[in-house]
Design a protein around this ligand. Structure first.
Ligand SMILES: Cc1cc2nc3c(=O)[nH]c(=O)nc-3n(C[C@H](O)[C@H](O)[C@H](O)COP(=O)(O)OP(=O)(O)OC[C@H]3O[C@@H](n4cnc5c(N)ncnc54)[C@H](O)[C@@H]3O)c2cc1C
Length: 517
Protein backbone atom coordinates (compact mmCIF):
# COMPACT_ATOMS: atom_id res chain seq x y z
CA UNK A 1 0.00 0.00 0.00
CA UNK A 2 1.43 3.38 -0.97
CA UNK A 3 1.52 5.67 2.05
CA UNK A 4 -0.80 8.62 1.62
CA UNK A 5 -2.46 11.28 3.74
CA UNK A 6 -5.81 12.89 3.11
CA UNK A 7 -6.37 14.86 6.32
CA UNK A 8 -6.48 18.66 5.94
CA UNK A 9 -3.49 19.27 8.27
CA UNK A 10 -1.20 17.03 6.23
CA UNK A 11 -2.42 18.46 2.94
CA UNK A 12 -1.98 22.01 4.27
CA UNK A 13 1.79 21.45 4.43
CA UNK A 14 1.88 21.15 0.65
CA UNK A 15 -0.48 23.89 -0.47
CA UNK A 16 2.12 26.53 -1.28
CA UNK A 17 5.88 26.97 -1.51
CA UNK A 18 8.34 29.53 -0.19
CA UNK A 19 7.15 32.11 -2.73
CA UNK A 20 3.53 32.06 -1.57
CA UNK A 21 2.52 33.34 -5.03
CA UNK A 22 -0.07 30.60 -5.60
CA UNK A 23 -2.07 28.26 -3.39
CA UNK A 24 -3.39 24.79 -4.02
CA UNK A 25 -7.04 24.00 -3.98
CA UNK A 26 -8.96 20.71 -3.86
CA UNK A 27 -5.93 18.50 -3.25
CA UNK A 28 -7.32 15.01 -2.67
CA UNK A 29 -4.25 13.39 -1.14
CA UNK A 30 -0.54 13.68 -0.57
CA UNK A 31 1.24 10.43 -1.49
CA UNK A 32 4.60 9.42 -0.10
CA UNK A 33 6.05 6.78 -2.45
CA UNK A 34 8.96 4.86 -0.95
CA UNK A 35 10.37 3.64 -4.25
CA UNK A 36 10.51 4.31 -7.95
CA UNK A 37 8.07 1.43 -8.45
CA UNK A 38 5.51 3.18 -6.25
CA UNK A 39 5.97 6.45 -8.19
CA UNK A 40 5.39 4.45 -11.35
CA UNK A 41 2.17 2.89 -9.97
CA UNK A 42 0.85 6.29 -8.92
CA UNK A 43 1.53 7.88 -12.31
CA UNK A 44 0.20 4.92 -14.31
CA UNK A 45 -3.07 5.11 -12.42
CA UNK A 46 -3.28 8.90 -12.70
CA UNK A 47 -2.62 8.68 -16.44
CA UNK A 48 -5.36 6.07 -16.74
CA UNK A 49 -7.93 8.00 -14.73
CA UNK A 50 -6.91 11.51 -15.81
CA UNK A 51 -6.04 12.51 -12.24
CA UNK A 52 -3.77 15.54 -11.99
CA UNK A 53 -0.46 14.95 -10.20
CA UNK A 54 1.98 17.54 -8.84
CA UNK A 55 5.47 16.65 -7.64
CA UNK A 56 6.84 18.20 -4.48
CA UNK A 57 10.36 18.51 -3.15
CA UNK A 58 11.15 20.45 0.01
CA UNK A 59 8.89 23.37 -0.97
CA UNK A 60 11.62 26.03 -1.05
CA UNK A 61 10.83 26.93 -4.67
CA UNK A 62 10.20 30.55 -5.55
CA UNK A 63 7.66 30.27 -8.37
CA UNK A 64 4.85 28.02 -7.16
CA UNK A 65 6.20 24.99 -9.06
CA UNK A 66 5.19 22.37 -6.50
CA UNK A 67 1.76 23.87 -5.88
CA UNK A 68 -1.23 21.84 -7.11
CA UNK A 69 -3.33 24.81 -8.18
CA UNK A 70 -5.75 22.61 -10.14
CA UNK A 71 -6.15 19.98 -7.41
CA UNK A 72 -5.53 16.26 -7.81
CA UNK A 73 -2.82 14.46 -5.86
CA UNK A 74 0.64 15.52 -4.70
CA UNK A 75 3.62 13.18 -4.93
CA UNK A 76 5.96 14.07 -2.07
CA UNK A 77 9.49 12.91 -2.88
CA UNK A 78 10.90 13.03 0.64
CA UNK A 79 10.76 9.26 1.12
CA UNK A 80 12.72 8.59 -2.06
CA UNK A 81 15.85 8.20 0.00
CA UNK A 82 17.29 4.84 -1.07
CA UNK A 83 18.33 4.13 -4.65
CA UNK A 84 18.44 0.70 -6.25
CA UNK A 85 21.38 -1.36 -5.03
CA UNK A 86 24.66 -0.95 -6.89
CA UNK A 87 27.90 -2.88 -6.68
CA UNK A 88 29.53 0.17 -5.11
CA UNK A 89 30.35 1.34 -1.59
CA UNK A 90 27.23 2.61 0.13
CA UNK A 91 27.18 5.67 2.42
CA UNK A 92 24.28 5.98 4.80
CA UNK A 93 22.73 8.45 7.21
CA UNK A 94 19.67 8.56 9.39
CA UNK A 95 17.63 11.77 9.58
CA UNK A 96 14.02 12.55 10.43
CA UNK A 97 13.43 8.82 11.08
CA UNK A 98 14.48 7.95 7.54
CA UNK A 99 17.42 5.88 6.40
CA UNK A 100 19.24 7.55 3.47
CA UNK A 101 21.68 5.77 1.17
CA UNK A 102 23.89 6.88 -1.66
CA UNK A 103 26.33 4.80 -3.71
CA UNK A 104 29.67 6.36 -4.51
CA UNK A 105 32.35 5.43 -6.99
CA UNK A 106 35.29 7.31 -5.51
CA UNK A 107 37.67 6.50 -8.36
CA UNK A 108 35.31 7.81 -11.03
CA UNK A 109 34.02 10.59 -8.76
CA UNK A 110 30.38 9.68 -9.26
CA UNK A 111 27.44 9.21 -6.91
CA UNK A 112 24.00 7.60 -7.27
CA UNK A 113 21.68 9.80 -5.26
CA UNK A 114 17.93 9.38 -4.66
CA UNK A 115 15.67 12.37 -5.33
CA UNK A 116 14.72 13.05 -1.70
CA UNK A 117 18.22 13.78 -0.37
CA UNK A 118 18.76 17.43 0.50
CA UNK A 119 21.90 19.17 -0.73
CA UNK A 120 22.96 19.65 2.88
CA UNK A 121 22.63 15.96 3.67
CA UNK A 122 24.37 14.95 0.46
CA UNK A 123 27.31 17.10 1.44
CA UNK A 124 27.48 15.35 4.81
CA UNK A 125 27.11 11.87 3.31
CA UNK A 126 29.80 12.12 0.65
CA UNK A 127 33.10 10.54 1.60
CA UNK A 128 35.84 12.99 2.60
CA UNK A 129 37.60 14.59 -0.29
CA UNK A 130 34.57 14.63 -2.62
CA UNK A 131 31.99 17.33 -3.18
CA UNK A 132 28.89 17.84 -5.32
CA UNK A 133 29.73 21.38 -6.47
CA UNK A 134 26.38 23.08 -7.22
CA UNK A 135 25.55 24.97 -4.06
CA UNK A 136 22.13 26.65 -4.09
CA UNK A 137 21.79 28.88 -1.05
CA UNK A 138 18.83 26.96 0.36
CA UNK A 139 20.41 23.76 1.66
CA UNK A 140 17.17 21.99 2.59
CA UNK A 141 16.17 21.72 -1.08
CA UNK A 142 16.20 18.21 -2.59
CA UNK A 143 18.50 16.92 -5.33
CA UNK A 144 15.56 15.78 -7.50
CA UNK A 145 14.08 19.28 -7.36
CA UNK A 146 17.46 20.97 -7.85
CA UNK A 147 17.82 19.06 -11.10
CA UNK A 148 14.21 19.73 -12.09
CA UNK A 149 14.96 23.47 -11.65
CA UNK A 150 18.59 23.42 -12.88
CA UNK A 151 19.44 25.10 -9.58
CA UNK A 152 22.53 27.27 -9.28
CA UNK A 153 24.43 28.83 -6.45
CA UNK A 154 27.25 31.19 -5.65
CA UNK A 155 29.84 28.70 -6.87
CA UNK A 156 28.11 28.40 -10.24
CA UNK A 157 30.60 31.11 -11.20
CA UNK A 158 33.30 28.44 -11.21
CA UNK A 159 31.44 25.15 -11.46
CA UNK A 160 28.39 25.93 -13.61
CA UNK A 161 24.77 25.08 -12.69
CA UNK A 162 23.30 21.68 -11.72
CA UNK A 163 23.16 20.75 -15.44
CA UNK A 164 26.95 20.49 -15.58
CA UNK A 165 26.98 17.83 -12.85
CA UNK A 166 24.27 15.39 -13.93
CA UNK A 167 25.56 12.29 -15.73
CA UNK A 168 22.34 10.33 -15.81
CA UNK A 169 18.81 10.16 -14.48
CA UNK A 170 16.09 7.75 -13.59
CA UNK A 171 12.76 9.33 -14.38
CA UNK A 172 9.21 8.04 -14.10
CA UNK A 173 7.39 9.42 -17.12
CA UNK A 174 3.81 10.68 -16.75
CA UNK A 175 2.49 7.38 -18.16
CA UNK A 176 4.21 5.46 -15.36
CA UNK A 177 6.93 4.21 -17.74
CA UNK A 178 10.42 4.20 -16.28
CA UNK A 179 13.34 5.76 -18.10
CA UNK A 180 16.96 5.13 -17.14
CA UNK A 181 19.15 7.38 -19.22
CA UNK A 182 22.79 8.40 -19.21
CA UNK A 183 24.50 11.16 -21.13
CA UNK A 184 25.43 9.89 -24.57
CA UNK A 185 22.55 7.38 -24.79
CA UNK A 186 20.34 9.59 -26.94
CA UNK A 187 20.85 12.90 -28.66
CA UNK A 188 18.47 14.97 -30.74
CA UNK A 189 18.22 14.85 -34.45
CA UNK A 190 15.46 17.39 -34.92
CA UNK A 191 13.54 15.46 -32.27
CA UNK A 192 14.41 13.03 -29.49
CA UNK A 193 13.61 9.32 -30.07
CA UNK A 194 14.04 6.80 -27.29
CA UNK A 195 12.48 3.80 -25.55
CA UNK A 196 11.56 3.42 -21.89
CA UNK A 197 12.47 0.36 -19.80
CA UNK A 198 9.21 -1.31 -20.82
CA UNK A 199 10.09 -0.86 -24.50
CA UNK A 200 7.53 1.89 -25.13
CA UNK A 201 8.83 4.22 -27.81
CA UNK A 202 8.72 8.00 -27.61
CA UNK A 203 9.24 10.62 -30.28
CA UNK A 204 9.57 14.03 -28.68
CA UNK A 205 9.52 17.28 -30.69
CA UNK A 206 11.68 20.08 -29.34
CA UNK A 207 10.96 23.79 -29.02
CA UNK A 208 12.52 25.83 -31.81
CA UNK A 209 13.33 28.94 -29.77
CA UNK A 210 16.84 30.22 -29.24
CA UNK A 211 17.93 30.12 -25.60
CA UNK A 212 19.93 33.08 -24.26
CA UNK A 213 23.67 32.61 -23.86
CA UNK A 214 23.42 33.78 -20.23
CA UNK A 215 22.91 31.58 -17.21
CA UNK A 216 19.32 30.44 -17.71
CA UNK A 217 16.56 28.46 -16.01
CA UNK A 218 13.61 29.66 -18.09
CA UNK A 219 11.85 27.15 -20.31
CA UNK A 220 12.68 23.65 -21.51
CA UNK A 221 16.26 23.23 -22.64
CA UNK A 222 16.36 23.15 -26.43
CA UNK A 223 19.49 22.98 -28.58
CA UNK A 224 20.42 21.25 -31.82
CA UNK A 225 21.92 17.84 -31.06
CA UNK A 226 21.05 18.10 -27.37
CA UNK A 227 21.26 15.14 -25.02
CA UNK A 228 18.07 13.56 -23.67
CA UNK A 229 19.35 14.01 -20.10
CA UNK A 230 19.33 17.78 -20.68
CA UNK A 231 15.64 17.74 -21.56
CA UNK A 232 14.75 16.76 -18.00
CA UNK A 233 17.19 19.14 -16.30
CA UNK A 234 15.32 22.40 -15.73
CA UNK A 235 12.01 20.92 -16.93
CA UNK A 236 10.28 21.96 -13.67
CA UNK A 237 8.76 18.50 -13.35
CA UNK A 238 6.45 18.75 -16.38
CA UNK A 239 8.00 15.75 -18.17
CA UNK A 240 8.43 13.23 -15.36
CA UNK A 241 9.36 12.57 -11.75
CA UNK A 242 13.10 12.27 -11.22
CA UNK A 243 13.69 9.43 -8.78
CA UNK A 244 17.47 9.07 -8.88
CA UNK A 245 20.42 10.95 -10.30
CA UNK A 246 23.91 9.85 -11.24
CA UNK A 247 25.97 12.85 -10.27
CA UNK A 248 29.46 13.87 -11.15
CA UNK A 249 31.53 14.85 -8.15
CA UNK A 250 34.66 16.90 -7.78
CA UNK A 251 37.62 16.94 -5.45
CA UNK A 252 36.73 19.07 -2.44
CA UNK A 253 39.09 22.05 -2.37
CA UNK A 254 40.73 22.00 1.05
CA UNK A 255 42.13 25.51 1.06
CA UNK A 256 39.22 27.84 0.34
CA UNK A 257 39.77 31.40 1.47
CA UNK A 258 36.78 33.65 1.93
CA UNK A 259 36.96 37.40 1.60
CA UNK A 260 34.31 40.07 2.09
CA UNK A 261 35.45 43.42 0.74
CA UNK A 262 33.57 46.59 1.62
CA UNK A 263 33.50 49.70 -0.56
CA UNK A 264 32.49 53.34 -0.24
CA UNK A 265 31.31 53.49 -3.86
CA UNK A 266 29.47 51.17 -6.20
CA UNK A 267 31.93 51.94 -9.01
CA UNK A 268 34.85 50.68 -6.91
CA UNK A 269 32.94 47.50 -6.06
CA UNK A 270 32.14 46.85 -9.73
CA UNK A 271 35.74 47.45 -10.78
CA UNK A 272 36.86 45.06 -8.05
CA UNK A 273 34.48 42.42 -9.46
CA UNK A 274 35.92 42.95 -12.95
CA UNK A 275 39.44 42.52 -11.61
CA UNK A 276 38.38 39.32 -9.86
CA UNK A 277 36.91 37.99 -13.10
CA UNK A 278 40.19 38.79 -14.85
CA UNK A 279 42.11 36.99 -12.08
CA UNK A 280 39.78 34.00 -12.46
CA UNK A 281 40.51 33.91 -16.19
CA UNK A 282 44.19 33.77 -15.23
CA UNK A 283 45.86 31.63 -12.62
CA UNK A 284 43.62 32.21 -9.58
CA UNK A 285 40.75 29.81 -8.86
CA UNK A 286 37.76 31.94 -7.90
CA UNK A 287 34.76 29.89 -6.80
CA UNK A 288 32.23 32.65 -6.24
CA UNK A 289 31.69 36.40 -6.56
CA UNK A 290 28.62 37.71 -4.76
CA UNK A 291 27.35 41.27 -4.36
CA UNK A 292 25.45 43.18 -1.68
CA UNK A 293 24.29 46.78 -2.09
CA UNK A 294 24.00 49.19 0.82
CA UNK A 295 20.33 48.34 1.40
CA UNK A 296 21.23 44.66 1.66
CA UNK A 297 24.03 45.46 4.12
CA UNK A 298 21.54 47.37 6.28
CA UNK A 299 19.63 44.11 6.74
CA UNK A 300 22.66 41.98 7.51
CA UNK A 301 23.93 41.35 10.99
CA UNK A 302 27.57 41.21 11.99
CA UNK A 303 29.95 43.20 14.15
CA UNK A 304 31.99 43.97 11.03
CA UNK A 305 29.17 46.30 9.96
CA UNK A 306 28.67 48.02 13.31
CA UNK A 307 28.76 51.81 12.94
CA UNK A 308 29.78 51.56 9.28
CA UNK A 309 28.05 52.95 6.26
CA UNK A 310 29.42 50.98 3.33
CA UNK A 311 27.85 51.42 -0.09
CA UNK A 312 28.57 47.89 -1.31
CA UNK A 313 30.26 44.63 -0.41
CA UNK A 314 31.64 41.79 -2.50
CA UNK A 315 32.00 38.28 -1.11
CA UNK A 316 34.39 35.98 -2.90
CA UNK A 317 35.84 32.53 -2.33
CA UNK A 318 39.22 31.71 -3.80
CA UNK A 319 41.21 28.50 -3.66
CA UNK A 320 44.84 28.71 -2.75
CA UNK A 321 47.41 29.38 -0.09
CA UNK A 322 48.19 32.78 1.37
CA UNK A 323 51.15 33.05 -1.01
CA UNK A 324 48.83 32.74 -3.99
CA UNK A 325 46.59 35.65 -3.10
CA UNK A 326 48.48 38.41 -4.88
CA UNK A 327 45.82 38.97 -7.58
CA UNK A 328 43.14 39.32 -4.87
CA UNK A 329 45.23 41.76 -2.85
CA UNK A 330 46.08 43.73 -5.99
CA UNK A 331 42.38 43.93 -6.89
CA UNK A 332 41.54 45.22 -3.41
CA UNK A 333 44.24 47.85 -3.48
CA UNK A 334 43.48 48.99 -7.01
CA UNK A 335 39.86 49.65 -6.12
CA UNK A 336 39.99 51.63 -2.89
CA UNK A 337 38.47 49.00 -0.62
CA UNK A 338 37.26 50.57 2.59
CA UNK A 339 37.67 47.48 4.74
CA UNK A 340 37.88 43.74 4.35
CA UNK A 341 37.12 40.60 6.28
CA UNK A 342 39.40 37.74 5.47
CA UNK A 343 38.48 34.20 6.48
CA UNK A 344 40.93 31.39 6.50
CA UNK A 345 39.90 28.01 7.82
CA UNK A 346 36.53 26.32 8.17
CA UNK A 347 35.26 28.18 11.25
CA UNK A 348 35.70 31.64 9.83
CA UNK A 349 34.41 30.47 6.46
CA UNK A 350 31.26 29.25 8.19
CA UNK A 351 30.87 32.61 9.92
CA UNK A 352 31.08 34.35 6.55
CA UNK A 353 28.54 31.97 5.04
CA UNK A 354 26.20 32.67 7.93
CA UNK A 355 26.72 36.38 7.36
CA UNK A 356 25.74 35.91 3.72
CA UNK A 357 22.72 33.77 4.59
CA UNK A 358 21.57 36.24 7.23
CA UNK A 359 20.22 38.38 4.38
CA UNK A 360 17.17 36.25 3.40
CA UNK A 361 16.46 35.52 7.07
CA UNK A 362 16.55 39.19 8.06
CA UNK A 363 14.49 40.26 5.06
CA UNK A 364 11.87 37.60 5.86
CA UNK A 365 11.61 38.70 9.45
CA UNK A 366 11.32 42.36 8.33
CA UNK A 367 8.51 41.37 5.96
CA UNK A 368 6.69 39.49 8.71
CA UNK A 369 7.06 42.39 11.18
CA UNK A 370 5.71 44.94 8.68
CA UNK A 371 3.14 42.63 7.16
CA UNK A 372 4.70 43.53 3.82
CA UNK A 373 5.38 41.62 0.65
CA UNK A 374 8.49 41.27 -1.48
CA UNK A 375 8.72 40.77 -5.23
CA UNK A 376 12.06 39.41 -6.42
CA UNK A 377 13.68 39.44 -9.85
CA UNK A 378 15.86 36.64 -11.19
CA UNK A 379 17.20 38.17 -14.43
CA UNK A 380 20.64 37.57 -15.92
CA UNK A 381 22.01 39.62 -18.82
CA UNK A 382 25.05 39.44 -21.10
CA UNK A 383 28.22 41.02 -19.66
CA UNK A 384 28.14 44.12 -21.89
CA UNK A 385 24.62 44.97 -20.70
CA UNK A 386 25.24 44.44 -17.02
CA UNK A 387 26.10 48.06 -16.08
CA UNK A 388 22.94 49.28 -17.84
CA UNK A 389 20.85 46.62 -16.11
CA UNK A 390 22.21 47.59 -12.70
CA UNK A 391 21.40 51.23 -13.43
CA UNK A 392 17.87 50.16 -14.45
CA UNK A 393 17.50 48.29 -11.12
CA UNK A 394 18.42 51.40 -9.15
CA UNK A 395 16.12 53.56 -11.28
CA UNK A 396 13.24 51.15 -10.63
CA UNK A 397 13.94 51.11 -6.88
CA UNK A 398 14.09 54.91 -6.83
CA UNK A 399 10.79 55.09 -8.73
CA UNK A 400 9.11 52.93 -6.09
CA UNK A 401 10.57 55.10 -3.31
CA UNK A 402 9.49 58.33 -4.97
CA UNK A 403 5.96 57.14 -5.63
CA UNK A 404 5.49 55.73 -2.12
CA UNK A 405 7.60 57.82 0.28
CA UNK A 406 7.64 56.18 3.70
CA UNK A 407 9.97 54.84 6.38
CA UNK A 408 11.87 51.63 5.69
CA UNK A 409 13.44 50.01 2.65
CA UNK A 410 11.92 49.94 -0.82
CA UNK A 411 14.37 47.60 -2.54
CA UNK A 412 17.69 45.84 -2.26
CA UNK A 413 20.09 44.44 -4.85
CA UNK A 414 22.22 41.38 -4.18
CA UNK A 415 23.40 38.08 -5.59
CA UNK A 416 25.47 36.37 -8.19
CA UNK A 417 27.31 39.25 -9.78
CA UNK A 418 30.01 36.90 -11.08
CA UNK A 419 27.37 35.50 -13.46
CA UNK A 420 25.83 38.95 -14.21
CA UNK A 421 22.83 37.71 -12.27
CA UNK A 422 21.66 39.97 -9.47
CA UNK A 423 18.35 39.80 -7.66
CA UNK A 424 16.37 42.96 -6.99
CA UNK A 425 13.96 42.52 -4.12
CA UNK A 426 11.20 45.13 -4.10
CA UNK A 427 9.71 45.57 -0.65
CA UNK A 428 6.12 46.74 -0.60
CA UNK A 429 3.90 47.80 2.27
CA UNK A 430 0.51 47.87 0.54
CA UNK A 431 -1.37 46.27 -2.34
CA UNK A 432 -0.92 49.49 -4.30
CA UNK A 433 2.84 49.39 -3.81
CA UNK A 434 2.94 45.73 -4.80
CA UNK A 435 1.03 46.46 -8.00
CA UNK A 436 3.49 49.21 -8.86
CA UNK A 437 6.48 46.97 -8.06
CA UNK A 438 5.07 44.29 -10.37
CA UNK A 439 4.84 46.89 -13.13
CA UNK A 440 8.47 47.87 -12.56
CA UNK A 441 9.37 44.19 -12.57
CA UNK A 442 7.60 43.63 -15.91
CA UNK A 443 9.46 46.57 -17.47
CA UNK A 444 12.78 45.22 -16.20
CA UNK A 445 11.95 41.73 -17.51
CA UNK A 446 11.23 43.15 -20.96
CA UNK A 447 14.50 45.07 -20.80
CA UNK A 448 16.49 41.97 -19.80
CA UNK A 449 15.04 40.06 -22.76
CA UNK A 450 15.66 42.95 -25.17
CA UNK A 451 19.30 42.92 -24.09
CA UNK A 452 19.66 39.19 -24.78
CA UNK A 453 19.18 38.06 -21.19
CA UNK A 454 16.80 35.77 -19.34
CA UNK A 455 13.81 36.26 -17.06
CA UNK A 456 15.11 33.47 -14.84
CA UNK A 457 18.71 32.69 -14.07
CA UNK A 458 17.95 30.03 -11.46
CA UNK A 459 14.45 29.97 -9.95
CA UNK A 460 12.50 28.81 -13.01
CA UNK A 461 9.12 30.19 -14.00
CA UNK A 462 6.69 27.72 -12.41
CA UNK A 463 3.20 29.16 -12.30
CA UNK A 464 4.21 32.79 -12.60
CA UNK A 465 2.06 35.03 -14.77
CA UNK A 466 2.93 38.59 -15.72
CA UNK A 467 0.83 41.60 -16.66
CA UNK A 468 2.16 43.65 -19.57
CA UNK A 469 0.26 46.39 -21.34
CA UNK A 470 -2.86 45.42 -19.43
CA UNK A 471 -2.69 41.75 -20.51
CA UNK A 472 -1.87 38.92 -18.11
CA UNK A 473 0.17 36.23 -19.84
CA UNK A 474 2.31 33.24 -18.80
CA UNK A 475 5.67 34.56 -17.63
CA UNK A 476 7.55 32.47 -20.21
CA UNK A 477 5.52 33.97 -23.05
CA UNK A 478 7.34 37.25 -22.47
CA UNK A 479 10.57 35.54 -23.50
CA UNK A 480 9.56 32.94 -26.10
CA UNK A 481 6.19 34.25 -27.31
CA UNK A 482 3.03 32.19 -27.36
CA UNK A 483 4.56 30.00 -30.06
CA UNK A 484 7.43 29.03 -27.77
CA UNK A 485 5.07 28.23 -24.90
CA UNK A 486 2.90 26.10 -27.20
CA UNK A 487 6.01 24.29 -28.45
CA UNK A 488 6.81 23.41 -24.85
CA UNK A 489 3.23 22.18 -24.52
CA UNK A 490 3.74 19.87 -27.52
CA UNK A 491 7.00 18.52 -26.09
CA UNK A 492 5.10 17.79 -22.90
CA UNK A 493 2.22 16.14 -24.74
CA UNK A 494 4.61 13.68 -26.39
CA UNK A 495 5.53 12.35 -22.95
CA UNK A 496 2.32 13.13 -21.09
CA UNK A 497 -0.49 12.32 -23.54
CA UNK A 498 -3.25 12.88 -20.98
CA UNK A 499 -1.61 16.02 -19.58
CA UNK A 500 -1.69 14.99 -15.95
CA UNK A 501 1.73 15.91 -14.55
CA UNK A 502 2.70 19.28 -13.02
CA UNK A 503 0.02 21.06 -14.99
CA UNK A 504 0.49 24.84 -14.86
CA UNK A 505 4.29 24.90 -14.71
CA UNK A 506 5.71 26.82 -17.68
CA UNK A 507 2.46 26.31 -19.62
CA UNK A 508 -0.92 27.23 -18.10
CA UNK A 509 -3.72 24.70 -18.23
CA UNK A 510 -5.73 26.86 -20.62
CA UNK A 511 -2.88 26.63 -23.15
CA UNK A 512 -2.62 22.85 -22.75
CA UNK A 513 -6.34 22.67 -23.53
CA UNK A 514 -5.62 24.33 -26.88
CA UNK A 515 -3.51 21.36 -28.00
CA UNK A 516 -5.06 19.07 -30.57
CA UNK A 517 -5.09 15.42 -29.55
C1 LIG B 1 16.20 31.44 0.96
C2 LIG B 1 16.18 30.80 -0.39
C3 LIG B 1 17.33 30.81 -1.16
C4 LIG B 1 17.33 30.21 -2.42
N1 LIG B 1 18.49 30.21 -3.13
C5 LIG B 1 18.54 29.60 -4.32
C6 LIG B 1 19.76 29.55 -5.06
O1 LIG B 1 20.80 30.04 -4.62
N2 LIG B 1 19.75 28.94 -6.26
C7 LIG B 1 18.62 28.36 -6.77
O2 LIG B 1 18.69 27.80 -7.87
N3 LIG B 1 17.47 28.38 -6.10
C8 LIG B 1 17.38 28.98 -4.89
N4 LIG B 1 16.21 28.99 -4.19
C9 LIG B 1 15.01 28.36 -4.78
C10 LIG B 1 14.83 26.86 -4.42
O3 LIG B 1 15.53 26.51 -3.25
C11 LIG B 1 15.26 25.98 -5.58
O4 LIG B 1 14.42 26.21 -6.70
C12 LIG B 1 15.23 24.47 -5.26
O5 LIG B 1 15.74 23.74 -6.37
C13 LIG B 1 13.84 23.95 -4.94
O6 LIG B 1 13.99 22.71 -4.30
P1 LIG B 1 12.82 22.07 -3.40
O7 LIG B 1 13.27 20.72 -2.97
O8 LIG B 1 12.44 22.98 -2.33
O9 LIG B 1 11.66 21.92 -4.49
P2 LIG B 1 10.14 22.36 -4.52
O10 LIG B 1 9.98 23.79 -4.25
O11 LIG B 1 9.33 21.43 -3.71
O12 LIG B 1 9.84 22.09 -6.07
C14 LIG B 1 10.47 22.85 -7.06
C15 LIG B 1 10.04 22.34 -8.44
O13 LIG B 1 10.64 21.08 -8.73
C16 LIG B 1 9.64 20.10 -9.05
N5 LIG B 1 10.14 18.84 -8.49
C17 LIG B 1 10.44 18.60 -7.20
N6 LIG B 1 10.95 17.37 -7.07
C18 LIG B 1 10.96 16.82 -8.30
C19 LIG B 1 11.37 15.55 -8.82
N7 LIG B 1 11.91 14.61 -8.03
N8 LIG B 1 11.20 15.31 -10.13
C20 LIG B 1 10.68 16.26 -10.95
N9 LIG B 1 10.29 17.47 -10.52
C21 LIG B 1 10.43 17.74 -9.21
C22 LIG B 1 8.38 20.62 -8.39
O14 LIG B 1 7.23 20.12 -9.04
C23 LIG B 1 8.55 22.11 -8.58
O15 LIG B 1 8.15 22.48 -9.87
C24 LIG B 1 16.16 29.59 -2.92
C25 LIG B 1 15.01 29.56 -2.14
C26 LIG B 1 15.01 30.16 -0.89
C27 LIG B 1 13.76 30.10 -0.07
Amino acid sequence: MIRMKTDPESIAQFTTDESGIVHASAVEAVCFPQSEQEVSELLAEANETGTLVTTSGAGTGLCGGRVAVHGGIVIATQDLCTPQRRELPVFQAERFGRQYSIYVDEDCQEAYVPAGVSTELLDQMLPGGLVYPPDPTEKSSFIGANIACNASGARTFHYGPSRAWVLGLQVVLPTGDILDVSRGDCSANGELRFASQSGAEYVVPLPSYQMPATKNAAGLYAHAGMDLVDLFIGSEGILGVITMARLKLSTRPDNIIGEVAFFASEADALNFVNDLRAAAAGAMTVLSIEYFDSNSLDFMEHEVLAGKDYVAAVYTEVVGTLDELDPLIAALEANNYAADWFAEGPEQALEQKEFRHSLPDEVHSYLRRHNSQAWVTDFAVPPEKFPDMLAAYHAAGAALREKFPREGKHYLVFGHIGDYHLHVEFITHSEEELRFAKQLYADLAKQAIAWGGTISGEHGVGKKMITVDGRTIPYLELMYGKQGVMEIARTKQALDPNLVLNVGNMVPRSYLEQLSK
